[in-house]
Structures are given as C-alpha cells and as structure tokens.
Design a protein around this ligand. Structure first.
Ligand SMILES: [Zn+2]
Length: 389
C-alpha cells in the first residue's frame, strides 16, 4: 500500500501535468455564459461538468430545478466507510447574457485571467474537478468525497429547493471545502455573516399642514427618532452591521405625514447577536416620541451564518499545516460579510473553510480578474488538505 506522502506527491505531479487541460476547461466554461437567471446557460455548464466528473469515477446526479439552474451533485467512492469530504461550488455568475462578447476569456501578460465568472467561481469548479481526478490518479483510498455545484447561488437559491438539497449533501460529512473566490492575501474564510432584512412602519395621523396641523401626528418625525436610535446599534468593530438603507414617508409637503417606512439590512456573526439586535429594534419600535403614533416591525427569514467557530478554525489549522507541508506559504483566517453556500454547510454543523478557489479580485464587476497560476497552487493546497485529513 502506498503511504500518504507518496500519494500526495503523485497527486501534485498530476496537477503539474494537467496545466493545459485545466486552463482549457476553465476557458471552456467561462465561455459558456451562465448568469443566474440564464437557466439554459447554467444547465449547459452543468451537463459539461457532469461529463467531466463521470470521467473520474464520480457518480453524478443532476437535480432538475424548474425556475433556476440545475444542481449537480456527485459521489466519489461512496462505499468507503470513513466520513466524506464535501467539495462545494456554484455554476451561476452575476453576469447577464451578452457580457462575454465584451469580456471574453483571456489571460493577459501579467498572468491575469479575465472573463465573466473567471474568478467567481468557474476556476473553483475546475479546481474541484481536477482535485477529484488527481485523487483518482494517485490511488487515494481513504475517504469518500462528495461534490455539490449549485446552479443558483448568486440569488441565494430563492427560486429553487437547492437549500434542502445542499443540507442533504452535507449530512454526515467530516468537512467541506468551498472553492469560492480566493483572496490575494491568502486569507481563507472561516466566517461569513448572515443577513436579515427588517421593515419598520410608523403610522401617525395625517392632517392638513395649513388648516389643522395640531391634529396631525407626524410619522416622519417619529421615524426620525427611531432611525437615529436604530442606527446607533451598528457596531462595526464587533462585526455587527446595521444599515437603515431605505426611508419612505409622507405624500405631499402640505400634509402632516401619516405614515413612514424604513428598510434595514442587518449583518451578524452569530444568531445570538441577531436575536439581540432584533430585541432592541422592537423596544425602539414600541416607544413613541410623538404621541399617538404606532410602529410595526416585520422581518425576512434570517439567512444562515457561517460562524467562525472552533470547528472551522480547527479545519483551517489543518489546511495551514497542509500548506506548510507542500511549501505553499502562509495562509491566514478571514471573516467576510458576503453570503455563500458555506453558510448553509456551516449551519448544518460541518466544519467549513471557504475561499479555497483561485486568487483574484473585483468579483461581480467587469474588472474581475483571477491570477491564472493560482489555479494550480490552489488545487495542490486542496489536495494536500484532503489527503492528510
Ligand atoms: Zn461565488
């Protein structure tokens, strides 16, 4: 039997020998437009990757979605008794159809790759595919692997049941690696904030501003007090972001406004933190500065949060050791505000490290770029992390 060191060496050699094949697949799937509302495009990427996975002993299933891109899941040696490792990715991008023409796939002389979704996260899909190939090629025989490529991550799975599918895929896993957008400073994401939307509506008494203003109860004035109090809950240093982002109230200048509404976005690092801020908002809503005004609070279902928990940090420490083992260099922990499927996996209770994908910057914009050579480095980092786990 081969030992871990030999296996890893073979796996890394496999990546070294696959540079052209990896770049070719990267170019091919970046050149298939798959904006989040372009089901046809996403499904095309899905079919392409399904073929690619099946070529390396992965049993795949396409989960059809009616109004969103399909979801691709796969199992690699599911018969092995140990707990599986999950590889996460998404096939949709934020770019509308037609973007490719203005921003085709290309690698410039500084080694930066461009194109819609080149960084977020088509490169990550390529990494996941070749990690599985390398595992097959090097004779890895320890754990089963699972793979989950969502077709509608960029809209938070709003039009599909992907959330349930992903939860099911996460079940029983030892750990998950998400090949989302990597950072140039080699920060790996161990925490992502959850988000929640809250609407506060104040009802006052509308009245003619010239004839009987004394009868009026200004909903805008009441809301002005509340906005200042709510905005004071913002606690940047402690990772709690509260933003009153929209205010609507009144009808015409010559009427005391009878109603006013605000919309608040809250980002939090733990569910406890969110519950605490929601409690405070309710207290603020209940207390009236302007007599006879009333407030109502409603909120969206809060999204899952990837808490920078001990489990994620422990998995990160493992990745850090793997990085040292192969001479990758320093990696560090990072906490970010944006949501990803890692939040879902984390909420299922499995350790997750996110942003394992190719390194780059400016995702979700036309200036998005990826450092092309990191495609190989990051595949190696993932392989070292997996083989030694
Ligand atoms: Zn992404």
């Amino acid at each position: 039997m081969m030992n871990e060191t030999e296996m890893l060496k073979k796996a890394l050699e496999y990546i070294d020998a696959s540079h052209e094949a990896m770049k070719t697949l990267w170019e091919e799937i970046v050149s298939m437009e798959s904006g989040v509302s372009d089901k046809e495009g996403i499904d095309r990427v899905c079919e392409r990757l399904k073929k690619e996975l099946e070529a390396s002993a992965v049993c795949t299933t396409v989960v059809p979605m009616e109004q969103a891109g399909n979801l691709l899941k796969g199992e690699f040696h599911g018969e092995r008794p140990q707990k599986p490792i999950l590889l996460i990715g998404h096939m949709d991008t934020v770019f509308a159809k037609g973007t490719l023409e203005k921003n085709p796939f290309r690698i410039d002389e500084q080694g930066r790759a461009h194109g819609p979704g080149v960084l977020d996260m088509k490169a990550g899909l390529v990494i996941a595919v070749f990690v599985l190939r390398a595992l097959e090629a090097c004779g890895y025989d320890k754990r089963p692997l699972r793979v989950m490529f969502a077709g509608d991550e960029e809209n938070g799975h709003r039009l599909s049941n992907a959330r349930e599918e992903i939860r099911a895929v996460c079940e029983g896993c030892e750990a998950a690696f998400n090949f989302e957008t990597g950072f140039e400073d080699d920060g790996l994401v161990v925490g992502r904030k959850g988000s929640c939307r809250v609407v506060v509506t104040v009802t006052g008494v509308a009245a003619h501003a010239g004839n009987d203003p004394q009868r009026g109860r200004s909903a805008i004035l009441e809301m002005a007090h509340k906005v200042i109090e709510i905005q004071k809950l913002h606690d940047f240093d402690n990772g709690l972001f509260v933003n009153v982002g929209v205010i609507k109230g009144g009808t015409v200048p010559n009427a005391v406004p009878g109603s006013c509404e605000i919309q608040i976005d809250i980002r939090y690092e733990s569910r406890e933190r969110l519950d605490e801020v929601l409690r405070k908002i309710r207290v603020i809503a209940e207390y009236s500065h302007v007599a006879d005004t009333k407030a109502q609070v409603s909120m969206s279902a809060p999204s899952e949060v990837m808490e920078a928990s001990g489990a994620n940090l422990k998995l990160f420490e493992h990745v850090k050791r793997a990085a040292e083992l192969i001479g990758y260099g320093e990696v560090s922990t990072k906490k970010v505000g944006g949501w990803s499927d890692s939040c879902l996996a984390s909420a299922c209770g499995i350790p997750v490290v996110c942003a394992m994908g190719v390194k780059g910057a400016k995702n979700h914009s036309m200036e998005e770029y990826a450092l092309a050579d990191t495609l190989f480095e990051r595949a190696k980092l993932a392989l070292a992390s997996i083989i030694t786990l």
